[in-house]
Design a binder for this molecule. Structure first.
Ligand SMILES: CC(C)(COP(=O)(O)OP(=O)(O)OC[C@H]1O[C@@H](n2cnc3c(N)ncnc32)[C@H](O)[C@@H]1OP(=O)(O)O)[C@@H](O)C(=O)NCCC(=O)NCCS
Length: 298
């Protein structure tokens, strides 16, 4: 269960409470002020969130402005508007998104959905990832770190397999440590497990972002390799760590069997149960008729 639901008082506004460990610390380990772009901070400033009321569903093109605002707050990288557009506009694309929405009433008493957190992902070929991001030495390192078995190793050479790449993930800073991020990760895992040819999930995280690293490790991602000078932030180069979660055949089979049995339960609930009810009513009706005739006869 979540440990806290820290809320900021109105007086804290303008005191720059926006905080993201994705931004580089200075020489003393402190981070610069981050401008507040999203209006959600003000809207939610007196709201106590119940995690069970959060709705998880794909983001839409209508959210694009807010998505851009949140990215400005969370990440030191300037994302082009087209970066977000391509995710929604391209119909046959390999991208998928998950938003954590919270419904509130606005001034006109209308329902309004606020984004508390989001994840943007892409299915990418395994070969592309390994060719682009890893050297033969680091593949060896990956195998050592993740305790690959023979079966998983065989994936690496196969062109047909792909991975989910987590492009970005973040949660509004007031609502962190409520397991919203973990729920997003679990939904990404589910999506990846549904795909027969998807062997796992990976992402890169800047080396100093300790809270994100702890978050991935808590969610059972393993450090696979280091990418030297991967990020360029205002001319400064920073290393990145690649974190991976690779599925074994056993995990995939377990997931599918669990969901297929749920599927059959649903089928039986839809078709078999109503039939049962129908027969029960029919039998009851026949008995009732017989009983009535018997009374009349007497
Ligand atoms: C990383 C991030 C998405 C985590 O989201 P979150 O909703 O706060 O994470 P969760 O509540 O699901 O955390 C799950 C576990 O991760 C670990 N964790 C998360 N944040 C942590 C922190 N700041 N310090 C230590 N451990 C942390 C904890 O073990 C936590 O479990 P616990 O609270 O029961 O101890 C969030 O901190 C964030 O948005 N950061 C800014 C953007 C960013 O850096 N994104 C990642 C880029 S690679």
């Amino acid at each position: 269960m979540p440990k806290n639901n820290k809320r900021y008082k109105k007086s804290d506004k303008n005191e720059n409470f926006i905080y993201s460990e994705a931004f580089p610390p200075d020489k003393n380990g402190r981070r610069k002020k981050i401008t507040q772009y999203s209006l959600s901070h003000d809207i939610l400033s007196d709201t106590k969130i119940n995690p069970e009321d959060i709705i998880y569903k794909p983001l839409t093109l209508a959210d694009i402005e807010e998505i851009e605002n949140l990215h400005k707050e969370w990440f030191p990288i300037e994302y082009d508007h087209r970066y977000f557009q391509k995710i929604f506009i391209n119909k046959h694309n390999s991208y998928f998104t998950i938003g954590a929405y919270y419904k509130i009433k606005n001034d006109k008493n209308e329902d309004k959905e606020i984004i508390l957190g989001l994840a943007m992902c892409q299915f990418r070929p395994v070969s592309e990832y390994f060719i682009k991001h890893t050297s033969p030495e680091s593949i060896e390192e990956i195998c050592k770190n993740i305790d690959f078995n023979e079966e998983v190793l065989s994936y690496l050479n196969c062109e047909d397999y792909h991975c989910v790449y987590i492009m970005t993930i973040g949660v509004l800073d007031e609502f962190r440590r409520l397991h919203i991020g973990s729920k997003l990760i679990n939904l990404i895992i589910e999506k990846a497990l549904w795909d027969t040819l998807c062997i796992g999930i990976y992402l890169d995280v800047i080396y100093y972002n300790e809270s994100a690293i702890k978050f991935y490790e808590k969610n059972n991602f393993r450090r696979a390799t280091k990418l030297n000078n991967f990020y360029d932030l205002n001319g400064e180069k920073y290393d990145a760590n690649v974190y991976l979660k690779i599925f074994t055949r056993k995990e995939k089979d377990y997931f599918r069997s669990k969901h297929y049995s749920l599927f059959w339960k649903l089928i039986s609930a839809c078709f078999i149960t109503p039939m049962n009810i129908f027969f029960k009513i029919l039998i009851f009706f026949l008995f009732f008729q017989c009983f009535r005739k018997k009374i009349k006869a007497e």
